[in-house]
Ligand binder design. Structure first.
Ligand SMILES: Cc1cc2nc3c(=O)[nH]c(=O)nc-3n(C[C@H](O)[C@H](O)[C@H](O)COP(=O)(O)O)c2cc1C
Length: 339
């Protein structure tokens, strides 16, 4: 069966792509991923903070004089040398990868304020990227900026970048918006060709002895997929063809569920870090086997078949199911010792 998929206007050989990660830092790894069946790759992000530091370093030669960045010096923010690839290396990496593989290469920019860093979208386009993913990852800590202000700012950044480049743009979102459907609509109107659900938030832990806040990065598990399935199912009827899933896809069942809920493509990171590039081949083969066993004629027949448009019980994704779960919950079903 043909697994060909369209995402961001790009023709992909199947719906399985590598999500933003260090896995594309080495050209040989990207070649192995392509051989194993990855249909596109997303590079790790260039960060707004990194770009600003580089710009300032050039202007003030801070690397020689040191100490110019109090946040970096305090240890909370990375120093310039902590970033894996500087901008020059990042652009060179895109050029090198483009020479060696034929699958689409998607760059990634991660930033939240309107500023000079947005110009880097143009550099990424000129380096040969086929598309660009914008990661708006911010945790608001101030009380004065409203949700509407923040959304407006993101839309301005998107419009700014849209005006600068011709390549397709995807926006990778966090799940924390009051109205995800309304914001996705605004993103589409502002020129987004794709929306990635969702960013995965890395938690902070507190070391109670040293009184330090420590960031922790655990690889994901399939338990994180439910949040994505719900929003895919809700959004798909309004935005068919726009959605990518990122977060918690590990098995072929996860892949099938994501497609049923309405994902055009599936981004994989943790499962590839755990099992290696061959996981692409395994997931693709298992998807094909399942489609044939269940007599699907095409991927399109599967895609969105459990979204709110077609799901036999749309209330399953909404408040009704939430109430049903809470009402039906009993201690005995959890194996609890509580009596
Ligand atoms: C080591 C590592 C590095 C990552 N770097 C980035 C990044 O630079 N930009 C980004 O948007 N996401 C980044 N991510 C997040 C992944 O793209 C993805 O959204 C997340 O891991 C959830 O997908 P998964 O469940 O398949 O791992 C990174 C994830 C990991 C594990």
């Amino acid at each position: 069966m043909n697994l060909e998929t369209k995402y961001l206007g790009l023709k992909l050989k199947n719906p399985l792509i590598l999500g933003a990660s260090p896995l594309a830092d080495k050209v040989e790894t990207v070649q192995r991923l392509e051989e194993a069946g990855a249909s596109a790759i997303v590079l790790r992000s260039l960060f707004e903070e990194q770009i600003q530091m580089e710009d300032q370093a050039i202007e003030h030669h801070v690397e020689r004089h040191g100490g110019a960045f109090s946040e970096a010096a305090s240890g909370f923010f990375p120093a310039l040398s902590d970033f894996a690839l500087d901008t020059g290396q990042y652009l060179e990496q895109i050029r090198k990868i483009k020479q060696k593989v034929s699958i689409p290469v998607i760059g990634s920019l991660n930033g939240v304020t309107s500023g000079g860093w947005e110009y880097h979208s143009k550099l990424i386009e000129e380096a040969g990227a086929d598309a660009l993913e914008l990661n708006f990852f911010e945790l608001p800590t101030e009380t004065d900026e409203s949700a509407a202000d923040i959304e407006k700012r993101y839309i301005e950044i998107l419009k700014h970048i849209r005006a600068m480049v011709k390549i397709p743009l995807a926006v990778k979102l966090s799940p924390f918006f009051s109205s995800i459907p309304n914001f996705v609509k605004s993103l589409k109107e502002a020129g987004a060709d794709g929306v990635v659900l969702f960013n995965r938030l890395y938690q902070s832990d507190i070391d109670i002895e040293s009184l330090e806040v420590r960031p922790i990065l655990h690889l994901s598990s399939s338990s994180e997929l439910g949040l994505r399935l719900r929003w895919l199912a809700i959004l798909e009827p309004h935005f068919p063809g726009l959605l990518a899933v990122s977060g918690g896809v590990h098995t072929s069942s996860d892949v099938i569920k994501s497609l049923m809920a309405g994902a055009s493509v599936i981004q994989l990171v943790s499962t590839i870090l755990k099992h290696g590039p061959e996981q692409f081949r395994i997931l693709e083969q298992e998807l094909l086997d399942w489609l044939e066993k269940n007599e699907y004629e095409s991927l399109d027949q599967l895609r969105g078949s459990m979204s709110l448009r077609t799901c036999p019980d749309p209330s399953a994704f909404g408040r009704a199911n939430y109430m049903k779960i809470l009402r039906g919950w009993s201690l005995s079903s959890t194996g609890s010792q509580f009596s």
